[in-house]
Design a protein around this ligand. Structure first.
Ligand code: ARG
Ligand code: ZN
Length: 890
């Protein structure tokens, strides 16, 4: 059966306010792993003037009873496709609903579920309806009181949102706790935890002098891994006070760790629940990247307390209202933290490194999404399954759209807009229009055209060309924009695109810029506003032909097209004052060279390219963290996006050749860097140290790729003797990404050492699933992946395991995944179908790894289509996967 025909589409234009308000919710849980009884008491009031019943969503629930004002509902209740509908006899009613659920059987990890003996919830987006019948939509905001009761021995800790108002023991070794959340909230922010946990605690004073208790709850024995998350939380709290005047509004703020979690983390009011991987860190188990990820996710969830919780979304189409804004906030926070740690002299470079990292992520994930069958505006117009729209577009492009507002209005103007937004909308469920209106009104600026960023999908292309007029000493920059068609949007209108521009003179220095009409030259970087399909910008007093440096700091989420010779790319690699564009120049050059090699198997790696690369390595004025980014070749996924038709095998061969060439040619430099940048002393998570470690690990990778014996020895030594995970894993990764005979032993060794550490094993799985075959005689990686699924540590029910083994293979190892015999595609279909029966959200994320199949070679397309159809027609497919494969096959 073709499942895609069965799944209804929900439209943004269909939004209607509810005829009822829910003033308060009293929840009473008799918690038990297999039979949890939930009693919910809703105080409902009809909206004046509105008519109609109160629809209650419900999914996978056993209804025990439903009473209206104390009486059996009888005729006043009927079952519907989505749950129930009740029709109270008067305009105010108390509805009491009793349901029974089975957390242990809930493998979807949405609603109430069991993990390692504890009970946890995940309600965003529509998980609350899996706990009790409720109008489960974000514009229904109510005050919650929650009573939890459970057996004391199995569930010693009982947590919910807000403040603890009562607790005590009960006969039969049971106990209870009552929690009250003073702030009205939508149901998706509800949470409870009942588990055996320990807390790290810290008490801090807020801006206005209130004492608040911060807690990080972890499994017993893990307290020594909670410190970094706690520090990050305190830093986030301070930052939001300083930057936006936003204070913590509760007496207590909790973070709870769970091992089984679909996403990164969840901002439930006062009770954030986190995937363990974004909390637990100790130098010997977590890498620098892990430490950085924890800092940003802890901050992200904390920042949601204002952008998401105090002001929430009217409907799920507005998701970017909270996610785009909160990602922007966490990016700014991380940049500030990095800059502060780096110190005044290195500050700019530290910020640039963060920008490059963020932009690289946007390009790899979002630009590819935006050119495929799932392309959607940051505020979509329709969806079949909302869980499929927690996307790079909503999050990352959404953040870029907020960043452009910050750029156009300036930091101060943006702050004024934020103030007005909270002044107007605190306690409300609102839309993206409300946010932009606050920005516009606070700054007296018309943002009508800007709003197109919210409604148009696709990555805009900005085409640039320049003309220097020697006699007039003028330089005219022509910028043209167009956005390619996307599904359902054949035609696009011009956007407001802030283009930060610099002009580099022949000596490599930036020119002071004087735009036509300016009285005098000013700064060396200017933000131009491109609002028409094509515009000319004229710069005066330009004495020699300049090299333009465009979109500095990645000032807009667009693709820049510009004709640049190899020589000019090398020039910008060496001289562009904007580190983002230096990185970009290196990437463009590398992309050009790699794609040419992929098309012509016997060509050599051009000498000029190697020279440019060598200059980068030799420049000791550069921060190691920057060099590590600039000297990393463009990602394979991105290169496939740029290659038509996409052909993973020759691309992989080309990448290997370039890596070997860079490893061989600069072996001495790499070894020199490796020596010079050694970090001594005990591990600390610090950008300067992390930069050195990153560049040294990269050196090992290039040396290992080239089969350099010194390099391989150093990798082995580093793997064996390192005292921190960054270096240990860096050594291991270099060995695995080489033809080294010791790689297998090293992998075994690592497995033995960390056999009981789930998060470290995730890295071990991912490394092997993503491995390249440097040794041509090695068996296909698919065989390894299949064997690893039998490892006792691997569980298809644990999302982290799925992401690290299957995700790393499907998304991170194209040449192996797309093996010509189609074995990878068949394996993909089997796994998607198996996963979907347990956890549709995880299955759907994995399913998306084939959505861009139409850009591959005809032979690969044929093989992929067969498997997409196989999944589409599978029995009992979820709407989640049905939407993804359905759209892919359109
Ligand atoms: N709001 C969470 C965050 O961004 C993510 C929740 C994702 N939930 C989902 N069902 N996809 O921090
Ligand atoms: Zn978020």
């Amino acid at each position: 059966m073709d499942n895609t025909l069965q799944t209804p589409t929900i439209l943004r234009s269909d939004y209607r306010p509810l005829a009822w308000r829910v003033e308060s919710v009293e929840l009473d849980f008799r918690l038990d792993a297999e039979q949890t009884l939930v009693t919910s008491r809703l105080a409902c009031v009809r909206v004046p003037g509105a008519s109609g019943p109160l629809p209650l969503d419900g999914e996978d629930l056993e209804l025990v009873s439903l009473r209206i004002d104390g009486a059996e509902a009888g005729e006043c209740m009927r079952r519907t496709e989505r749950g129930l509908e009740v029709t109270p006899g008067s305009d105010t009613a108390t509805i009491e609903i009793v349901t029974r659920v089975n957390p242990a059987a809930n493998t979807t990890l949405s609603g109430l579920y069991a993990s390692k003996g504890g009970l946890f919830t995940q309600c965003e987006a529509e998980g609350f309806r899996r706990i009790t019948y409720f109008p489960d939509r974000p514009d229904v905001m109510a005050r919650y009181t929650v009573r939890l009761e459970a057996e004391q021995a199995s569930f010693p800790v009982l947590l919910s949102n807000g403040n603890l108002v009562d607790s005590g023991e009960l006969p039969g070794d049971r106990h209870y706790a009552v929690w009250e959340d003073p702030f009205p909230k939508p149901s998706y922010l509800f949470a409870l935890v009942a588990a055996d946990l320990e807390a790290m605690e810290r008490s801090v004073e807020t801006l206005s002098g209130r004492e608040v208790l911060l807690q990080v709850w972890v499994e017993p024995g893990n307290l020594d891994r909670a410190g970094h998350a706690m520090d990050s939380l305190v830093n986030a709290l301070r930052w939001d006070e300083e930057t936006f005047g936003l204070e913590l509004d509760l007496d207590r703020f909790m973070i709870v760790v769970v091992a089984d979690f679909n996403m990164g983390a969840m901002e439930n009011k006062g009770l954030n629940i986190f995937n363990a991987r974004f909390v637990l860190a100790r130098p010997d188990t977590a890498t620098d990247a892990d430490f950085e990820g924890i800092e940003s996710v802890v901050a992200h969830e904390y920042f949601h307390n204002w952008t998401g919780n105090r002001v929430t979304c009217r409907d799920w189409f507005q998701l970017t209202l909270k996610e785009g804004l909160t990602v922007f906030r966490d990016q700014q926070f991380s940049a500030d933290m990095l800059a502060r740690a780096a110190g005044a002299e290195r500050e700019a470079s530290a910020r640039a490194v963060k920008r490059i990292d963020d932009f690289r992520g946007l390009r790899a994930a979002q630009f590819t999404e935006d050119s495929g069958p799932m392309a959607h505006p940051i505020r979509p117009d329709s969806y079949q399954e909302i869980n499929n729209f927690y996307t790079a577009t909503v999050y990352e492009k959404g953040a870029a759209v907020i960043r452009m507002q910050h750029t156009l209005l300036g930091a101060e103007g943006f702050r004024k807009g934020m103030n007005l937004y909270f002044e107007r909308h605190d306690g409300q469920a609102v839309t993206c229009d409300d946010f932009v209106a606050a920005m516009a009104d606070a700054n007296d600026r018309d943002m009508t055209q800007f709003m197109r960023w919210y409604s148009q999908a696709g990555t805009p292309v900005v085409r640039a060309s320049g003309q220097w007029d020697a006699d007039a000493r003028r330089y005219t920059l022509t910028l043209a924009q167009h956005t390619p068609p996307t599904p359902g949007q054949p035609e696009k209108l011009p956007l407001v695109i802030p283009v930060a521009v610099g002009l580099i003179g022949p000596d490599g220095n930036d020119l002071p810029l004087r735009l036509e009409g300016d009285s005098a030259a000013g700064a060396t970087t200017r933000v131009l506003e491109l609002v028409e399909a094509e515009q000319h910008f004229v710069f005066e007093d330009v004495d020699a032909e300049p090299v333009p440096s465009l979109l500095r700091g990645f000032s807009a989420p667009v693709l820049l097209e510009i004709d640049e010779s190899d020589a000019r790319l090398a020039f910008r690699m060496a001289h562009d004052a904007d580190p983002c564009n230096r990185w970009d120049a290196a990437q463009r050059y590398a992309e050009r060279v790699i794609l040419a090699l992929a098309a012509k198997a016997d060509a050599d790696v051009p000498e000029a390219f190697l020279d440019a690369w060598g200059a980068l390595l030799a420049d000791e004025s550069l921060d190691p963290a920057f060099v590590a980014l600039a000297a990393t070749l463009p990602g394979e996924g991105w290169l496939l996006e740029r290659m038509r038709p996409a052909d993973p095998a020759p691309l992989r061969a080309a990448l290997m050749r370039v890596m070997r060439a860079i490893g061989e040619r600069f072996a001495d430099q790499w070894l020199g860097l490796y020596q010079r940048l050694e970090v001594r002393g005990p591990y600390r998570y610090h950008p300067a140290d992390a930069g050195c470690r990153a560049l040294r690990n990269l050196a090992l990778r290039y040396l290992a790729a080239a089969g350099n014996e010194d390099g391989l020895n150093r990798a082995e030594t580093q793997f064996e003797y390192a005292e921190n995970m960054t270096e240990q894993f860096g050594g291991l990764a270099a060995l695995v990404h080489s033809a080294s005979p010791v790689a297998e032993d090293a992998l075994d060794n690592f497995h033995t050492r960390f056999s009981s550490d789930a998060l470290v094993l995730d890295k071990w799985f991912a490394l092997q699933a993503g491995a390249w075959r440097w040794d041509e005689a090695a068996p296909p990686v698919l065989e390894r992946v299949k064997a690893l699924m039998d490892d006792p540590a691997f569980k298809l029910t644990n999302p982290n395991k799925v992401y690290s083994l299957l995700g790393a293979f499907f998304r991170g190892n194209p040449a192996e995944f797309h093996a010509a015999d189609g074995s990878g595609h068949a394996f993909w279909a089997e796994q998607i179908i198996a996963l979907d029966a347990m956890n549709p959200q995880v299955a759907s994320r994995m399913a998306r790894s084939l959505e861009n199949w139409r850009r591959y070679t005809p032979a690969l397309q044929t093989s992929i289509r067969t498997q997409l159809e196989r999944v589409r027609d599978a029995d009992g497919l979820s709407p989640d996967v049905a939407e993804v494969v359905g759209k892919a096959l359109v």
